[in-house]
Design a protein around this ligand. Structure first.
Ligand SMILES: Nc1nc(=O)c2c([nH]1)NC[C@@H]1CN(c3ccc(C(=O)N[C@@H](CCC(=O)O)C(=O)O)cc3)C=[N+]21
Length: 306
């Protein structure tokens, strides 16, 4: 049987399509009501690492009926100039959401940039206020990759209450937010990182194993509990002996699929859903902005003014 038809594979495509179809309906209504959604992508310096992501964002935004605009800044820009550009976008009522593509050059402190985005326009969920909302169990606007990974786990139908979850990797953008999202859903969560004594010992206890460390094929079959769900968030480019390059995850998929009940392919797993969640977050941001707008000016005024 070809790998792509294996029922153990948790594919992201169908989930992403479902989310994008719902966003498309929402976006059409918002547009008709005078609030067209618009997403701004910011890239700084060398964009090779994010090109695939940005290309998919543009394609799916167009599909969903969300305006998508790229702002590319040279690597020589200062943090102050970037902050000023972000403040300009914050103040522009036509801009719904702002995503700062990572990585940015080393001289730019990414945290400062994330904090410069107005929380109402923070479609990535990376502003300290947004992360705080996750801790307080307000989960409708979470960091995209983390939310996408949890969405895929839910596809298994496993009951998250009391589920033994192990997360390998504790980054601010993936591992930590996944931990908070799953705690809110009632899972028992263990987070492993580079100082963990035996990642294997923890991983083997997991009913659901999330891996986001950027180490190709780190997770082997003997680190996985039989019947577990394995969510592979890694994106690593690997050079084959013949010199060609391909994308592999952090999980040794060929061996782990013999042990796990569910495993996410790379590519084709978490990635496509990440893009869909970004668009959904844009609609969540828009509805929050509209609620504020309508509370301030009343419902009919904006249409009447146009
Ligand atoms: N602020 C910020 N947030 C991010 O979430 C973020 C980022 N910066 N910088 C780059 C990484 C990478 N990333 C991807 C998301 C989806 C695909 C994706 O759609 N992949 C598809 C398509 C792959 C292909 O077309 O080759 C797949 O896995 O099937 C890829 C990469 C998000 N990241």
């Amino acid at each position: 049987m070809p790998l792509s038809e294996d029922s153990r594979y948790l594919k992201g495509g169908p989930v992403a399509q479902r989310i994008i179809a719902a966003v498309r309906e929402d976006a059409a209504i918002a547009k008709a009501e005078g609030f067209p959604p618009k997403l701004i992508s910011i890239t700084v310096g060398d964009t090779d690492a994010v090109d695939v992501y940005v290309r998919n964002q543009r394609a799916k935004a167009e599909l969903a009926g969300i305006d998508f605009e790229e702002r590319r800044f040279p690597a020589t820009i200062t943090a102050g100039e970037l902050e000023a550009a972000i403040h300009g976008l914050n103040a522009d009522p036509r801009v719904t959401g702002i995503i700062i593509q990572r990585p940015v050059p080393a001289h730019i402190p990414i945290k400062t940039l994330q904090a410069a985005v107005h929380p109402l326009k923070d479609v990535e969920g990376m502003h300290p206020a947004s992360i705080g909302n996750i801790v307080y169990n307000q989960l409708d606007l979470a960091p995209c990759t983390a939310a996408a990974s949890v969405e895929l786990l839910k596809e298994t139908g496993l009951d998250l209450k009391g589920l033994e979850v192990v997360i390998v990797g504790h980054s601010e953008i993936v591992g930590k937010p996944i931990a908070f999202l799953l705690m809110s859903e009632g899972a028992t969560v263990t987070v492993c990182h580079h100082m963990t004594r035996s990642v294997a010992a923890h991983a083997r206890r997991a009913d659901a194993l999330f891996v986001a460390v950027g180490k190709p094929r780190l997770i082997k079959a003997d680190m996985v509990k039989p019947g577990a769900a394995v969510i592979d968030i890694g994106i690593n480019s690997e050079i084959a002996p013949d010199g060609s390059s391909r994308i592999v995850g952090d999980v040794d998929t060929e061996s782990v699929r013999e042990v796990a009940s569910w495993i996410t392919p790379v590519p084709g797993g978490v990635g496509p859903i990440t893009v869909a969640i970004l668009l959904r977050n844009t609609m969540v941001a828009l509805s929050r902005q509209r609620a504020l707008y309508e509370a301030t000016y009343g419902t009919a005024d904006r249409l009447a003014a146009e």
